[in-house]
Design a binder for this molecule. Structure first.
Ligand code: OMP
Length: 268
């Protein structure tokens, strides 16, 4: 699925919810063991439970890479369980010199055929270009992240008054198009969203940080709305760990439904 198809799905479902499959074996409900089979089962159940309310799924590769070879198998089978009707994201936050970046792009666009991958901009254009070369895929570049450390570098004031993340957004925007390039902006950074929309009025934003990190759908939608919605809000823990009891699937479905209903009211 590409960004245009994602936008059409968002309008059709009145939802811009991405469910984050940050599956931590230590947080599984009772009855699940730390085995590939059980973790795959949990992920498949989560996808099924939230399918109606979500438009995308984000697999944070860290949670799977930490498990070793088993994790890559789980990731592969989880990706295969995401239907074509939903946008898939490999949240891998890669970035390296060109020939290495080309291997990362191959990993997440070919070996594991995700629709999109997250990329760090620190190493500049040749570290991002190999991802953009896959014109039918989406490259998602970190802009202003949700964490406290965003102040350390991203908000650094450059000569002339611009902050570093602003420079990243406007420069990287010139390397791709709103059809194959998105930016990450944390929901905890809602106060900066209006300014960000002035800099990049059309690009889709992947917005994590709603739920466990304290961001809200309302604030993000009010400040970050674009003509094509332009928002994809990710919630991970707030959905997949909504309950650890027997009702974990019902709770995940209800949490996703609740977020979707908040999103529906943002459509004009
Ligand atoms: O790129 C990301 O997805 C990301 C960027 C960011 O600035 N902040 C952030 O939380 N994320 C990811 O979004 C997810 C947030 O998870 P929850 O806080 O559990 O909803 C995690 O997978 C994070 O790694």
């Amino acid at each position: 699925m590409n960004i245009k198809q994602l936008a059409a799905t968002i309008y059709q479902k009145r939802s811009f919810l991405c469910v984050g499959l940050d599956t931590d074996p230590d947080k599984l409900p009772a009855g699940f063991a730390n085995t590939a089979q059980d973790i795959i089962r949990f992920n498949k159940e989560m996808i099924e439970a939230t399918l109606d309310h979500a438009v995308a799924y984000k697999i944070n590769t860290a949670f799977y890479e930490a498990m070793g070879i088993k994790g890559w198998q789980i990731m592969e089978e989880t990706l295969a369980a995401i239907p074509d009707t939903h946008f898939s994201i490999a949240d891998a936050k890669r970035g390296d010199i060109g020939n290495t970046a080309a291997q990362y792009a191959r990993t997440f666009f070919e070996t594991y055929p995700f629709d999109s991958v997250t990329v760090a901009p620190y190493m500049g254009k040749d570290s991002i270009q190999p991802f953009l070369d896959y014109t039918d895929k989406t490259t998602i570049v970190l802009g202003l992240t949700s964490n406290k450390g965003a102040d350390d570098f991203e908000r650094l004031q450059l000569t002339g008054g611009q902050q570093l993340y602003e420079k990243v957004l406007t420069t990287v925007a010139g390397w791709g198009s709103p059809d194959n390039l998105m930016f990450v902006v944390g929901a905890t950074q809602a106060a900066a969203l209006q300014n960000i929309r002035k800099l990049i009025p059309e690009h889709f934003l992947l917005v994590p940080g709603v739920g466990a990190q304290g961001g809200t759908v309302e604030e993000v939608a009010a400040a970050g709305w674009a003509p094509n919605c332009g928002l994809l809000i990710n919630v991970s823990r707030g959905v997949i760990y909504a309950s650890k009891e027997d009702d974990y699937l019902q709770a995940a479905r209800l949490a996703a439904k609740g977020y979707q209903e908040q999103m529906a009211s943002a459509f004009k």
